[in-house]
Design a binder for this molecule. Structure first.
Ligand SMILES: Cc1ncc(C[n+]2csc(CCOP(=O)(O)OP(=O)(O)O)c2C)c(N)n1
Length: 288
């Protein structure tokens, strides 16, 4: 849990609202607006990952926004580095970076590149963009923490299209061989990648069985259900001896009617009318 944003110690507030869901609604809207104001970008895989990142940053992870390099912090590896915008929105909300910087997203000379860069943005643990490498880095970090007897967790968020990269499976073998039980991988299983559905481009199913065969504890959840995600992470943290993967079933472009489940909205630009439509969709469907 973020030491600042201890939002979800109580999942529900006194009015019975799920606080993580409410926060996810705010973050989805801000992410949509931020990408629009940047002139376009990776809408699809940013919007599918909102609840996953919300549960990590507002419940699961141990962080200190005022001390971003705190040695004992949990680590977050955004393997699918093109989904920088929701992470930046969270980092701004939590005080790692100033909110003004969101206006610089993907601007020439700006300080916020659309693919995450740890040398430019406080709170980012790993620079990414090239898919397939993040899980290996997460293995290294989890391994180092284990050798140093540090009680921290390493979370790695991967795209499902990203699983086409062979290096992911080398890392999967490594993690189970070294019993990296403080490594929790999450697959954003939105079933679409850049140029088609995952099953058309390179079939992944049966995906749970593949991870099991590689020696991982596997859970599959609705990746937009904050309560289910929270509980899956808690289960993963309690398990010993094996790395953990959570297959989070999501919808690419979640929340925006004309983007949902359309691989063509992996990235792109929208008109002002489409922006207004999106805001209306979010008003009706993603309260927060
Ligand atoms: C090594 C590598 N090959 C190709 C690309 C180009 N690329 C960017 S995003 C993407 C699709 C990724 O799909 P997925 O992992 O499912 O991401 P999501 O749908 O969650 O956005 C591809 C092929 C890349 N970034 N890195």
């Amino acid at each position: 849990m973020s030491e600042k944003g201890s939002l979800a110690r109580q999942l529900y507030n006194e009015e019975g609202e799920n606080m993580l869901e409410k926060k996810a609604g705010e973050l989805r809207r801000k992410t949509f607006e931020t990408i629009y104001h940047a002139g376009g970008g990776h809408y699809g895989g940013s919007l599918s990952a909102i609840e996953i990142m919300t549960v990590l940053y507002y419940d699961a992870m141990k962080l200190r926004p005022q001390e971003p390099e705190w040695e004992e912090r949990d680590r977050f590896i955004l393997c699918k580095g093109h989904a920088g915008p929701p992470l930046y929105v969270i980092l701004a909300d939590q005080g790692f970076i100033s909110s003004d910087r969101l206006e610089e997203l993907d601007k020439n000379g700006g300080s916020l590149p659309k693919h995450v860069d740890r040398l430019k943005v406080q709170g980012i643990d790993y620079s990414s963009g090239p898919l397939g490498q993040g899980l290996s880095v997460a293995c290294g970090m989890a391994s180092a923490a284990k050798l140093d007897k540090k009680d921290l967790y390493v979370y790695a968020l991967m795209g499902d299209g990203e699983l086409d990269e062979g290096q992911v499976w080398e890392a999967a073998m490594t993690a189970s061989h070294y019993q990296l039980d403080h490594l929790i991988a999450i697959v954003d299983r939105n079933r679409n990648q850049i140029d088609g559905s995952t099953e058309t481009v390179m079939a992944l199913e049966p995906l749970e069985e593949k991870w099991k065969a590689f020696g991982w504890n596997v859970q599959a959840v609705d990746g937009h259900d904050t309560k289910a995600l929270k509980s899956a992470i808690e289960t993963a943290k309690a398990a010993k001896g094996k790395p953990n993967v959570i297959i989070a079933n999501t919808i690419k472009g979640k929340g925006i009617s004309f983007m949902e489940n359309q691989y063509t909205w992996h990235s792109g630009q929208i008109t002002q009318e489409q922006f207004q439509q999106g805001l209306k969709d979010l008003e009706g469907r993603c309260k927060g």
